[in-house]
Design a protein around this ligand. Sequence first.
Ligand code: VG1
Ligand code: CO
Length: 543
Amino acid sequence: MPRQTIQTQAFSDQQPGTSGLRKKIAVFQQPHYLENFVQSIFDSLHDFAGQTLVLGGDGRYGNLEAIAVILRMAAANGFARVLVGRDGLLSTPAASCVIRKHKAFGGIILSASHNPGGPDGDFGIKYNTGNGGPAPEKITDAIFEHSKHISEYHISDEVDVVLDQVHDFRLDGMRVSVIDPVTDYAELMASLFDFDAIATLFRNGFRMRFDAMHAITGPYATEILERRLGASVGTVINGVPLPDFGGGHPDPNLTYAKELVEEMLSDDAPDFGAASDGDGDRNMVLGARFFVTPSDSLAVLTANATLVPGYAAGLAGVARSMPTSMATDRVAAELGIDCFETPTGWKFFGNLMDAGKVTLCGEESFGTGSRHVREKDGLWAVLFWLNILAVRQQPVADMVREHWARYGRNFYSRHDYEGVDKAGADALMTALRARLATLPGETFGDLRVASADDFSYTDPVDGSVSTGQGIRIGFESGDRIVFRLSGTGTEGATLRVYLERFEADMQRHGQDTQAALADLIVLAHEVAGIQRYTGRDAPTVIT
Ligand code: VG1
Ligand code: CO
């Protein structure tokens, strides 16, 4: 067989505990860098000879070149078959779907999610296991260990890789099946949602805008929304995946999805708007002149799940990440189902789903998902909303206001301080941690601290413990402030401050969110010394 074993020197700098590698593309372009990481993945897996691997990415700069290298390495390492998306494309949730449907051994997804792409942008790679979900810490830690000691990798010399058409070919004895990236995923969606009801909604004049932000969801949204559900052509904007995402930042929030937000706030706004991120696992939804916070979105989906065919039998339970607002908790309590609170990041939900403990889960960062795959799923959430809207025949804003009237409203906002000095951000967290024991009982204006801790989570399924997951300060009023540092940024540090206030009084539901949280925002600055440690007096992004 024409293959080589290349001598290499380890220099992978993956952070232990993170589910993949996310770096500037220039870092990935160093000789042997990608190869080292891929070989470290393969070296961490057992008994995959003769098995199938799934492979695809979000189409960003460097995607196709990396796919070709990984195919050659998969062949040289003994995989029997690779399922790869046409043009090297697969959204993160579609990769999860394909792994599960075809009972693959695992999958490699190339993406840095919402981080910018292009020659100066970021690149990323992650491994998902046979359940379709992100590799658990056991595997990511093994990958990290291997990457520190790796001395050689295996790669085939065959370079004939044709990915622009659906077909099968042989690469050094390994079968490569180029699949349509959308088909399996679209079928799964059709099995969960009432496509006829949604199609009728569109036929009756319901208007929607979906901003794919020149990232991976364009082909998925165009096929499902426009072709299968009959939404008018042009419903999907920025629908062609571009290597640099058109110079944009494919993070579906009020700052970066500007074009969509402007239209949705205008007088002539469509009935429904949505956007997705770089790799298609997150979503933002809006009604006409109405923004739905991701935390409220999870609560609304939970409350209305039985209106959707795939969830008509009810939910086993729900889960939210710790910084996500507690709106869903009250819905779960009323439904009499469990609501789990997990650390930030999707992998914690996977165990709960595999064990059948939860059906829906979500994060405040626009990530929502369910047991249908083992990743969060942007377009799935959009279809869930459409299905509910088709049944309830109500504007988005009315539906959410009704929800608040029934369950109360959680005013909620996340303030991000992006690209701050790492040392300063670390010092801020260290200083906060040092005060945890003495904070309870302290008063700030009208607010008295009831509890303060650094969130730690014991997985109810496998008993593993994750510590240092974010500082939460709870007040006697029920208000809450959470501080944590981002684990996904590649420049400096990002401080995230999460603010939450429950409001049962209907009269105050109409209030502006930032105004409703004003005293908590001031307090967050005071208690953490944000300006002192970061030099910033205002956040970069407010959600
Ligand atoms: C952010 C979000 C988190 C999300 C993660 C991955 O992490 O806060 O909720 O799971 O991104 O999202 P962090 O550590 O920067 O706060 V993505 O779309 O990579 O898929
Ligand atoms: Co993402």
